[in-house]
Design a protein around this ligand. Structure first.
Ligand code: ADP
Ligand code: FDM
Ligand code: MG
Length: 206
């Protein structure tokens, strides 16, 4: 059996990641494919609850400590994600290690230090980067109460994302309509799903 594909959607706040993840999962299900949604941070675990407390300002944590918790929150999902991919289930993932590096580096931590804890995580088969200028993102509603919902930080995060962007990313212009983005993401995902047989092994983050 071909293993499932790891489909990642990354990007700045309000670029439309969560909207597109849900639409992609629904569209793949409608085509009778096995697919599940993952979201990072996963706030349901014990580590996730600590992250949630930090993001909602009810807990203070050192910048490095919270960075490591975000990474640990990915590591604790790894075995289950591998099992699902091996069983032929496609995973649509809302944020992952790139968000981890982009936010912590934007706060002032060293880029290489930020990348290190995520080394060895399974690598996405396809990464969509939903690109939206901060000024456009702001028009999609006011900032909420969470810790990182501040204009200057968001601008720095976008700059780091653009530095991290490599030729393997599929950049989606997030100024487009929800449907136009959806059809683009669905088309690329279907190509990736059909694209040859996988040998069942996982590439890892380096
Ligand atoms: P993210 O998960 O990237 O923060 P969301 O999917 O939650 O973004 O979308 C943020 C807001 O922007 C929501 O109100 C959503 O309805 C709206 N939105 C999403 N995609 C678009 C789009 N392509 N054009 C206009 N508004 C959008
Ligand atoms: N975030 C998310 C990080 O700082 N590091 C990470 O590793 C991840 C996965 O947490 F501000 C930030 C990004 C965002 C917040 O918001 C989570 P959502 O709305 O749950 O995606
Ligand atoms: Mg979201």
């Amino acid at each position: 059996m071909a293993r499932g594909r790891f489909i990642l959607l990354e990007g700045c706040d309000r670029a439309g990641k969560s909207t597109q993840c849900t639409m992609l999962v629904d569209a793949l299900k409608a085509k009778d494919l096995s697919v599940e949604l993952y979201k990072f941070p996963d706030r349901t675990t014990t580590i996730g609850q600590m992250i949630h407390a930090y993001l909602t300002n009810s807990k203070e944590l050192d910048d490095r400590a919270i960075h490591l918790l975000f990474s640990a929150n990915r590591w604790e999902a790894m075995q289950e994600m591998k099992r699902k991919l091996s069983a032929g289930i496609h995973l649509v993932v809302d944020r992952y290690a790139y968000s981890g590096v982009a936010f912590s580096t934007a706060k002032g931590l060293d880029l290489t230090w930020c990348k290190n804890p995520d080394r060895g995580l399974i690598r996405p088969d396809i990464t969509f980067f939903l690109d939206l200028p901060t000024s456009e993102a702001e028009r999609r509603g006011g900032f909420g109460d969470e810790r990182y919902e501040k204009r200057e930080l968001q601008e720095n995060v976008r700059e780091v994302f653009l530095k991290l962007k490599d030729k393997e990313w599929t950049v989606i212009d997030a100024k487009k309509s929800i449907l136009a983005m959806h059809f683009e993401i669905l088309r690329e995902t279907e190509l990736k799903i059909r694209d040859g047989e996988k040998d069942g092994r996982f590439a890892e983050e380096d």
